[in-house]
Design a protein around this ligand. Structure first.
Ligand code: UDP
Length: 325
């Protein structure tokens, strides 16, 4: 299949490209490389440098790719940044999403996979979270993605664009050649590993007074390879609409448990300080991912803490300067 991957220079997008190429697909990456890295793009993919905030350029890029399917990863994804700069999130995620949908519609593309987030649920009423749970995002990142989901559903109904929406919980891990290289890095596992690698500075646990077993926030972590493989299964099944699906393991780990696992896997101890909660962070997010499991016979078999932290640690040790090397 010919597949457009937006954000193919980013962490998840670049690994999606790697796995798509391995599965025999023909890939065009659309990325503005504001945060992604050209060096992370698999050499077999065609690169089109294009910013989704520009509608006309996006339409041209999509039309020229002559694609059968779109995987849309390109987005701003940091909760604290979205609280500080909501407009940037609405412009890139929601506005960019609209431009891409219009471009896909005009190009006659009927398979569309959207990368979304558990942040659309906000503070859930019960765990694990089912796809039908109320959507009440508590930060602009979640709002921007929820609006994009709604636009996609409307386009799907109106124009017959078969869609799959994946709501990610927390994604971690690396392949041998590709991993996380964000600037600044804010995600729990890479921040902890980089603190160890740098050998200087403190690692801060944000919030110790959550209503959880040990007082730190609980998240559901899935290996990036498992996550991406659900997307590849989806494009192959999108001769009919699939709707929204959670991607997680249905088990939660607290920040403290992750920190303990990082120390165990690396054999090093983290210099830990305890700080206040980070704005916009819910207490606990755990996925009910039975729909994805049933739809694709999906099973997140790589998503143990040891595999996620171990593969990320190997990648950081091999690439201490990320893609700058
Ligand atoms: N976190 C932390 N210290 C850090 C980075 C993250 O305590 O240096 C916490 C964060 O407050 C949240 C959890 O780890 O409760 C997961 O955060 P992350 O940014 O990795 O993902 P998010 O859940 O925000 O998408």
């Amino acid at each position: 299949m010919r597949v457009i991957v937006t954000g193919g220079g980013g962490y998840i997008g670049s690994i999606a490209v790697e796995r798509l190429v391995k599965a025999g697909h023909n890939v065009t990456v659309i990325d503005n490389f504001a945060r992604g890295h050209p060096a992370s793009v698999h050499p077999s993919a065609t690169i089109v440098e294009c910013d989704l905030r520009h509608g006309a350029a996006t339409s041209t890029a999509v039309r020229c790719a002559q694609a059968d399917a779109v995987m849309h990863f390109a987005a701003l994804t940091l909760v604290p940044e979205s609280v500080r700069e909501p407009g940037a999130y609405f412009e890139t995620n929601t506005g960019g999403g609209l431009h891409l949908l219009e471009a896909a519609r005009k190009a006659g593309i009927t398979r569309f996979v959207l990368s979304s987030t558990a942040s659309v649920y906000g503070e859930p009423e019960s765990l694990p979270i089912h796809e039908d749970a109320p959507k009440r995002p508590i930060n602009p990142y979640g709002q921007s993605k929820w609006m994009t989901e709604q636009m996609l559903s409307t386009y799907a109904d109106r124009y017959g664009i078969n869609h799959a929406i994946f709501r990610y919980f927390n994604v971690a891990g690396a392949t041998k050649d590709r991993g996380e290289d964000h600037d600044p890095e804010t995600h729990l596992i890479p921040v902890a590993l980089k603190t160890l690698l740098d050998g200087s500075g403190q690692f801060t646990i944000f919030g110790t007074d959550y209503d959880t077993e040990d007082g730190t926030a609980v998240r559901d972590y899935v290996h990036v390879i498992d996550l991406v493989d659900a997307h590849i299964a989806a494009i192959e099944q999108l001769d009919q609409p699939l709707g929204a699906m959670n991607l997680g393991t249905a088990s939660g780990f607290s920040v403290q448990q992750i920190v303990d696992a990082v120390e165990r896997v690396t054999g090093q101890s983290l210099p830990i300080t305890y700080g206040p909660r980070r704005e916009g962070d819910p207490a606990a997010l755990i996925a009910d991912s039975s729909k994805a499991r049933e739809t694709f016979e999906w099973s997140p078999g790589n998503s143990t803490l040891d595999q996620m932290i171990g593969s990320a640690w190997e990648w950081f040790q091999a690439n201490p300067r990320g893609y700058k090397d």
